[in-house]
Design a protein around this ligand. Structure first.
Ligand SMILES: Nc1ncnc2c1ncn2[C@@H]1O[C@H](COP(=O)(O)OP(=O)(O)O)[C@@H](O)[C@H]1O
Ligand SMILES: Cc1ncc(C[n+]2csc(CCOP(=O)(O)OP(=O)(O)O)c2C)c(N)n1
Ligand SMILES: [Mg+2]
Ligand SMILES: [Mg+2]
Ligand SMILES: [Mg+2]
Length: 318
């Protein structure tokens, strides 16, 4: 729903991205980007996968819900899954940090400890950064990766007949957010899923090696992010709910809160699972589960063959 009233909220997050990216001529060194999970940039030394995502206090995290170290872990994880979603291996992380002067120093050192912990989990490190004064805590991460000579897996390669599959959890972070939003702090495994995802950074490169035709990380919501793949590839995607994992824990939390756990699985962001399409002729790599099919139903994402009636995921300013 676009109501172009001259404001950012009027055109929305994706209208705004279009407004700032269309009709820009990229130099030859921009091999890929913008428009995918990460860019691919050439240099005489080789190619670098590069991506950036910000976390803003009050929008992406609250320090009464998460520790600084948990926020730091999440900030790096959300970026490294964009690297993995191209089929690349993380190589380095740069950290931009803004905060008010009265911020306790240990909040900042806690954030950075969490960032280091997550970067190291992926085999990378914090190679640099920047610190500035700001009215609230803002974390801006740039992550770099290496394709090991492979072709990047973009959002644009899905073909009719491909299998749609995911790796990692769906719906848990949204359930945790709902729990925290109601003032609860348990079940702790659900709440922790919101505080920080624990992605397996080898799943993206493994999918690339197995011939994935398109890939994306699920940051905004499964249906919203599959929508990006469908539009970029000019195909349709049908998700089958009987193929989706519906953990007992999410069903329990859903009934306790009077919420629909399937809605969390279909539209909840921030789990940073990977979603990919694979040729139907081959098998799926380890840990990947089939959830649907690529169809000829151009640009449309459907659930059991029907349009989904609610918002497919998170959109800033909406
Ligand atoms: N200010 C910007 N300038 C150029 N490209 C942008 C800007 N903001 C977002 N993009 C690009 O738009 C695409 C979609 O962004 P986003 O939805 O945030 O991706 P992701 O969910 O993978 O982080 C990405 O390719 C990103 O690089
Ligand atoms: C305090 C708080 N309120 C709401 C949310 C929910 N939320 C914030 S951003 C987001 C989606 C992903 O964020 P975005 O900045 O769009 O990441 P990207 O798609 O660029 O990777 C969600 C579900 C949250 N994490 N914390
Ligand atoms: Mg992404
Ligand atoms: Mg982003
Ligand atoms: Mg992202």
């Amino acid at each position: 729903m676009t109501t172009d009233d001259g404001t950012v909220a009027g055109i929305g997050e994706f209208g705004l991205i279009r407004a700032v990216t269309e009709n820009r001529r990229q130099p030859p060194s921009t091999l890929l980007g913008p428009g995918d999970d990460a860019a691919l940039v050439a240099s005489p030394d080789g190619r670098v996968v590069a991506t950036t995502d910000m976390l803003v206090q009050g929008v992406h995290f609250r320090l009464d819900w998460s520790t600084p170290a948990q926020v730091g872990r999440k900030a790096v994880a959300v970026n490294l899954t964009d690297v993995a979603a191209m089929g690349a291996v993380p190589t380095g992380v740069l950290v931009g940090l803004g905060c008010p002067g009265e911020t306790p120093t240990e909040v900042v050192t806690g954030l950075v400890d969490g960032m280091w912990a997550e970067a190291e989990r992926a085999g990378a490190g914090l190679a640099g950064g920047d610190m500035v004064r700001a009215d609230q805590i803002v974390v801006s991460i740039t992550a770099l990766g290496d394709l090991r000579g492979r072709t990047p897996v973009t959002r644009a390669g899905a073909r009719r007949g491909d299998v749609v599959a995911v790796h990692g959890r769906l719906g848990w972070s949204a359930a945790g957010l709902a729990v925290l939003g109601r003032g609860f702090r348990s079940p702790v495994n659900v709440v922790n899923a919101h505080r920080f995802p624990e992605p397996d950074y080898t799943a993206g490169p493994a999918a690339a090696g197995a011939g994935a035709t398109a890939m994306i990380d699920v940051s905004d919501g499964l249906l919203a992010d599959l929508g990006h793949v469908a539009r970029a590839s000019g195909v349709g995607i049908d998700v089958r709910t009987d193929l989706l994992d519906m953990p007992r824990r999410l069903v329990e939390v859903g009934s306790a809160l009077g919420a629909d756990p399937l809605h969390w699985v279909l539209t909840g962001g921030e789990d940073h699972a990977l979603a990919a399409t694979f040729p139907s002729s081959g098998g799926l790599p380890e840990g990947w589960r089939r959830i649907g099919m690529v169809t000829a139903n151009e640009n449309a994402v459907t659930v059991n063959g029907e349009p989904y009636r609610e918002a497919p995921g998170w959109e800033h300013w909406r």
